[in-house]
Design a protein around this ligand. Structure first.
Ligand code: HEM
Length: 207
């Protein structure tokens, strides 16, 4: 009979930064939609219930406050991920063959989920969202201080192009969140582990 034990699957720092990140991104997206509504780039506005800040000035205050949280928290997570090998161990390798194999297995409902071990599609989505967050921050800086960050704004193609890049990065991040939450609903046993850090594992399961 297999004996079960609990193992640490998500280190404390990953858990703390993940939840701060989720809070900061929610505030940034909702306040960003309020800012967008003041001068829409496209032919639609975001519904008032989905926005934060109440008016343009309030939304900018929320957006900047949440930005500091996101930036400092993101730097801590990236420094940890690089210095202690978290990215190498958990978010890599990602190869087209591995992604395709896991994607096909997921479509055929044959992809087994072992808590603490991400499949290749999951790894790819995490790396893509981290890159989109960096793009959102860089384009946001170019929009916030176009004079001080002139070189950055120029590199992104100017203020108007930076505005579109910022919107596309936001849309990609929101699409990730929708997919991410759908997967958590499909495999809900992954959630407690991201809160407590621990999960039950068979004696032979590796971390
Ligand atoms: C809002 C923005 C969010 C972003 C950008 C995000 C991003 C991420 C990333 C990058 C990881 C991998 C962490 C690592 O090991 O380094 C992760 C894992 C995870 N996230 Fe999120 N997340 C977000 C929100 C949420 C929310 C709201 C929930 C649940 C209500 C959630 C549930 C989870 C779970 C359960 C895992 C672990 C998955 C597993 O063990 O297979 N995330 N998330």
């Amino acid at each position: 009979m297999a004996v079960t034990r609990t193992v640490l699957v998500h280190p404390l720092l990953v858990r703390i930064t993940h939840w701060i990140n989720a809070f900061a991104i929610t505030c940034m997206a909702m306040s960003g939609w309020q800012i967008y509504n003041a001068s829409p780039l496209f032919g639609f506005r975001f519904p008032a219930w989905a926005t934060l800040g109440g008016w343009l000035g309030g939304a900018i205050a929320w957006h900047l406050a949440a930005w500091w949280l996101l930036a400092i928290n993101g730097l801590v997570y990236v420094a940890y991920g690089l210095a202690l090998g978290h990215f190498r161990k958990h978010l890599l390798p990602i190869t087209p063959v591995l992604v395709w194999t896991d994607f096909r297995a997921a479509l055929a409902l044959r992809l087994r989920h072992q808590i603490g071990q991400y499949n290749a599609v999951q790894k790819l989505s995490y790396v893509v969202v981290l890159l989109l967050l960096i793009l959102a921050v860089l384009s946001g800086l170019a929009l916030w201080k176009p004079v001080q960050f002139q070189a950055l704004a120029g590199l992104l193609g100017g203020y108007e192009v930076a505005r579109r890049i910022h919107f596309v990065a936001m849309a990609g991040i929101v699409a990730f969140v929708v997919l991410h939450l759908s997967l958590v609903i499909l495999v809900p046993r992954t959630l407690p582990a991201l809160i407590t850090g621990r999960a039950r594992a068979k004696p032979d399961a590796s971390q």
